[in-house]
Design a binder for this molecule. Sequence first.
Ligand code: ATP
Ligand code: MG
Length: 375
Amino acid sequence: MPSEPQRHDTTNFKLRLTNVSKRYGHSDALVNANLVVSKGECVTLLGPSGSGKTTLLNVVAGLLPPDEGEVWIEDRLATHLPAYERDIGMMFQNYALFPHLTVYDNVAFPLRMRRERGARLRERVGAALAVVSLADKAHRMPSELSGGQQQRISLARALVYEPSIILMDEPLAALDKKLREQLQLEIRRIQKRLGITMLYVTHDQQEALLLSDRICLMNNARIEQVGSPDDLYFRPRSVFAADFIGDSNIFPAEVVTMSAGQACLRGPGGSTLQAATDLALKSGDKVQVMIRPERLRIGTPGQATELDDNCVPATLLETTFLGEATRYYASGPTGETFVSKALAGASSGVAPGEPVLLTADRDSIIVLSPDRDGR
Ligand SMILES: Nc1ncnc2c1ncn2[C@@H]1O[C@H](COP(=O)(O)OP(=O)(O)OP(=O)(O)O)[C@@H](O)[C@H]1O
Ligand SMILES: [Mg+2]
C-alpha cells in the first residue's frame, strides 16, 4: 500500500524559491519555480536534458541572477547575494580536483580561502577525509586515485567547511554503475548523519528514488510535480510524471460520473473503472489513466467477470521471465498493449493467445491531469 502523501513543514525551511524565472533571449530556462527545502532534507531535481535543473541550481548557488522571483536562505533574502556569502557547498560533475595539489591540499583549499590555518585546519581536513573513508590517501596526487576516489575527495572538499546547504549537479554521472550505487549510498549516509540540506541534480530516476526525501520533477523549464519518491511513483499527477518514472500502463478513458472524489470512468472496450481522484472532473471529460504494471493483475476470465468494475478483458501476448519477477504482455479490447508484472512463482496458468482478465484495485487506478502540451 502506498503511504499517505507527506505533509511538508514550511516553517522549518532552509531554502525557498518563489516564482523564480530565467530566460535566455526568447527561450525559457526556468518558469515560475516554487520550491521549499526543509533543514536536513535531500531534494533531487529530476528531469530530462534541458528541463532547467542546472539553471535552478545555479540560481540557488548565486551563479546566475534570476529575471524574476526570490531566493530565500532561511530568513535571508538571498536573490542578489554573491555566491560566497551564501554558505553553500557545491559539487559539480566537471568540478575537477586541482591536479597539481595533493588530496590534502585540495580538501584544505576552501578552508584556506576562508583564512583557516594551523591545527584547526588540519583537524577539519582530517575529519572531512575520514567522512569519505580516504584519510589514508591524504598525500596522494589526484592522478594516483581511481575515479570513484576522486569523486569522494570532491565530496570531502564540498563538505569540509560545513556549509549548511550542498548543491550537487550530476556528481556521479561519469562513474560506472557499481561505483555510482556505492557512492549514492555513501552520499545519502553522510547527508543524513551530518544533517546537511541537499539539492541534487540527476536525470537518473533510480538515483532520485534512492537519494531523495522528495523529488522535484522538472519538464520543459517548469516544475512538474514535487513529492516523496512514493508520491511520484504511486501518485503521479500528469502523463509526463507517470511516463518519466518507472514503467506504466497509460490509456484513455472518459468520465461517466464524478462525485465526492470518486470517478466512474469508461475505459478500454467499454469497461467500467472506479477510481479516487482529487481532479476537478465532470461527466464527458476525456482523461488518461495510469496503472503500474505491478498493480495490474492478470487472471483467467473465470476468476472475475467482465461485469465487475475494474476489469478489462484482454488476450495474453507474451510472458517474459525476469528472475525475481515475471512480466506479462496482453492486448486489450482495442489493441492497446498492457503490461502486468508479478513476483516470480505466481504463475498465471495462461498460454499466449488465450483470453485473460486484467484487474486492478480502485486505489491503483490513477487519473492523470492532461499535460500542458495537451497529451
Ligand atoms: N548560457 C545559456 N544560453 C542560452 N541558453 C541556455 C544557457 N544555459 C542553458 N540554456 C538553456 O536553458 C534550458 C535549461 O538548461 P539547463 O542547463 O538548466 O538544463 P538541464 O536540465 O540542466 O539539462 P542537462 O540534463 O542536459 O544538464 C535549455 O533549453 C538550455 O538550452
Ligand atoms: Mg544540467
